[in-house]
Design a protein around this ligand. Structure first.
Ligand code: PAF
Length: 283
């Protein structure tokens, strides 16, 4: 496995890979890798291509009062995990390498999809994500790129962005990896104490109870959302941001539930803001 820090080095490696008839699979990350990221790398490996992982804590996607400086970083640990997962190349650029002019004048915005849910709570976040991911696609020229369903809205936005801009990449969704108590794996779980980690399992309990209610025939979005909020309210260490049930493709609100749905939840537990989601179907 090779570690590179410049765009030119990535292009050289990928040009040689493609010239040798191999496909490039890209796993974009912000580092502090865990088994959720590892599952993305394993999916890329299983597809048989040359696997490149990017590690870049992208300042564009953090708001002024968010955790950019405090965001956990561990390059040595990340390299060990990536190597064990069979990754071929790690691209860990500096901010200067990615944004040499400092100010970035170009922004990629996926209207509608980026404005609700996480986008409403974190204005500008998804513009930062879509901008850096389109830049990573332009740098790496991957055939496939692997994203976790844990960040479901991000996955929808990246998929739509690649389609709208005719970027020749297949975006591959990968299932959420969870702790034994149901908590979705996230780099931000590092902020949690053991007690808070136990408390954070309430998010998945709220999602599961909502799926059960939908399966039992409930078709009112408001009732399902209220039910999720009530489950979260049973956990004193958790403060709900939103609990929503939406159309899985458009992320639009539905009064009466029908079709393929996504249930999404965000809550603060101790110092961490956590998100999670699951799918459901209403016939
Ligand atoms: O999901 C993440 O880690 C980031 O949002 C991503 C896709 C690597 C873009 O910075």
């Amino acid at each position: 496995m090779k570690l590179v820090h410049t765009i030119e080095e990535v292009r050289d490696h990928h040009d040689a890979t493609r010239a040798a008839g191999r496909r490039v699979g890209l796993v974009p990350t912000m580092g502090f890798l865990h088994s959720g990221h590892r599952s993305l790398m394993e999916a890329a490996r299983a597809d048989g291509g040359f696997v490149t992982v990017t590690i870049f804590v992208n300042p564009l996607q953090f708001g002024p009062n968010e955790d950019l400086d405090a965001y956990p970083r561990d390059l040595d640990g990340d390299l060990a995990l990536a190597e064990a997962a069979g990754v071929s190349l790690v691209f860990a650029p500096s901010v200067k390498e990615m944004y040499p002019d400092g100010e970035v004048l170009t922004s990629v915005r996926v209207r509608g999809l980026a404005d609700q849910l996480e986008g409403a709570s974190r204005p500008g976040h998804f513009d930062g994500v879509a901008t850096v991911v389109s830049k990573l696609f332009a740098i790496a020229g991957p055939c496939r790129a692997y994203f976790g369903e844990k960040d479901f809205q991000q996955l929808q936005i990246v998929t739509r962005m690649a389609g709208d801009l005719s970027i020749p990449v297949e975006v591959i969704p990968c299932p959420t990896v969870r702790e034994a108590n149901g908590l979705a794996k996230s780099s931000r779980n590092a902020y949690l104490s053991d007690t808070e980690r136990d408390a954070a399992a309430v998010l998945k309990r709220a999602l599961d109870s909502a799926v059960a209610v939908i399966e039992a025939g409930e078709r009112s979005a408001a009732s399902v959302e209220l039910g999720m909020a009530q489950v979260v309210a049973t956990e004193p260490l958790a403060t709900l941001d939103y609990a929503r049930v939406v159309d899985a493709r458009t992320l639009e609100t539905l009064d009466r539930l029908h079709g393929t749905l996504r249930l999404l939840i965000a809550a603060r537990v101790g110092p961490a803001r956590l998100i999670d989601n699951v799918g459901a179907v209403a016939d």
